[in-house]
Design a protein around this ligand. Structure first.
Ligand code: HEC
Ligand code: HEC
Length: 357
């Protein structure tokens, strides 16, 4: 879809489901936002929003970002995440841990890093030649953002609908023209003409496909109701760890196929666990590790934790387990996206509880 950004209405649809509050009207005290940020976000975006503490987690305190990004862009990114990246959806309406009010508090906290005035962006939709934009993108952008803007090469994705639906043409143009200070994102003004930049923006808009079903998930099952050890009576795998810490996906896949005695822990937010996980993996999000500790057997059963970022959240879990005396613990080396992309077995669902309007 060419042209104007989808209206803010979408945000209400995305976030609401049941009774949307007035969007970000009165920001709650920033101490709440600060605490939430430290608990849920600092792991990847850094303690002060400097970015890149893990994976391609962006610099949230950058002025070129904050002076052009709307509160809705921030809120939708937090609530729905960027699917199939390390950025999970944190809204409790999609199985994540945060209420709308907590998301508002986080938005207000991140907004607090903005010290420069908001840029008045020209809302006129851009027109251009998408074919030329595709060529320019392959030449100038793909080395960092991936061929299709998929991300994962040191720069965030650009093709997720949770991003494009909130990013106006002017927002995209501004980012491309000016770059993002203190990050690898270069300024292309002077390197590409205004028309070439418009062509690239029109090309990016091609990815703006909203899924026809917006899944809304039930709360994840309670840990108490779940089986901890896969295949109690199965063989015990002999994992060989890299650097005493990382187990390769191939070894874990073989152990799963052999119905080995094994415990798998998904360290991502529960919203991601609900979408797809390793078979039999338990939800043990990096922000809520304690409850599993009492349930784990202390008999040398291997425990493998994984995440998408690709080691940071799972590393937190393994560090905590090792501190509690569990020896046979490992981090899935390549992370969960390698596992999924390689076509190794996954388990999905529960099925969407309801369709969003
Ligand atoms: C050298 C690597 C690199 C190249 C080349 C590059 N980018 Fe980026 N780009 C980045 C990084 C890293 C970020 C995230 C910066 C941050 O943390 O805010 C980014 C951010 C962006 C954003 C902002 C997205 C958002 O969600 O806020 C847009 C839009 C963008 N790039 C478009 C492009 C386009 C179009 C090109 C080619 C004309 C390009 N980039 C080339 C590394 C790169
Ligand atoms: C496990 C790592 C991780 C955690 C934890 C995390 N993020 Fe992210 N976040 C990312 C990554 C990676 C991206 C870029 C995703 C992509 O490729 O599009 C991102 C993107 C974002 C964006 C979009 C930025 C832009 O330029 O478009 C926002 C806003 C954001 N995160 C806020 C948060 C907040 C607030 C929290 C805490 C609730 C959080 N994130 C927790 C990894 C993480």
């Amino acid at each position: 879809m060419l042209g104007a950004m989808r209206p803010v209405l979408l945000t209400a649809t995305l976030l609401a489901g049941c009774g949307a509050s007035a969007p970000h009207a009165a920001p709650p005290p920033s101490s709440e936002g600060a605490a939430l940020y430290a608990q849920y976000c600092a792991l990847c975006h850094g303690a002060d929003g400097e970015g890149y503490a893990a994976d391609d987690a962006t610099r949230l305190r950058g002025q070129r970002f904050l002076t052009t990004a709307t509160d809705d862009l921030l809120a939708v990114a937090i609530a729905r995440g960027r699917p199939h990246t390390a950025m999970a959806g944190y809204s409790d309406q999609f199985g994540g841990p945060l209420t709308d009010a907590q998301i508002d508090a986080l938005v207000a906290f991140v907004r607090g890093w903005q010290v420069e005035p908001t840029v008045a962006l020209d809302a006129t939709p851009l027109e251009g030649d998408a074919e030329n934009g595709a060529e320019l993108f392959a030449r100038e952008c793909a080395s960092c953002h991936g061929q299709l803007g998929n991300g994962g090469r040191g720069a965030q994705s650009l093709n997720r609908w949770t991003f494009l639906s909130q990013a106006s043409d002017a927002f995209l143009r501004y980012a491309i023209e000016h770059g993002r200070e203190e990050t690898p994102m270069p300024a292309f003004a002077g390197r590409l003409s205004a028309q070439e930049i418009a062509d690239v923006v029109v090309f990016l808009r091609r990815f703006e496909e909203e899924p026809d079903v917006v899944p809304r998930f039930m709360a994840p099952p309670r840990l108490e109701d779940m089986t901890v050890v896969r295949h109690e009576g199965g063989p015990r795998p002999q994992f060989e760890l890299r650097e005493g810490r990382f187990v390769s996906a191939a070894q874990v896949r073989d152990a799963v196929a052999a119905q080995a005695r094994l415990i798998l822990l998904d360290a991502r937010p529960t919203s991601d666990w609900l979408v797809a996980r390793l078979p039999g993996a338990l939800p043990v999000p990096y922000y809520d590790i304690e409850p599993i500790l009492a349930r784990l057997p202390r008999d040398g059963t291997w425990i493998v934790a994984y995440c998408g970022c690709p080691h940071t959240a799972s590393g937190e879990v393994v560090d905590r387990l090792r501190a509690a005396g569990f020896e046979h613990t490992a981090v899935l080396d390549e992370g969960v996206f390698h596992w999924i992309d390689a076509g190794y077995p996954t388990e999905e669902g529960p099925l969407p509880a309801a369709r969003a309007q």
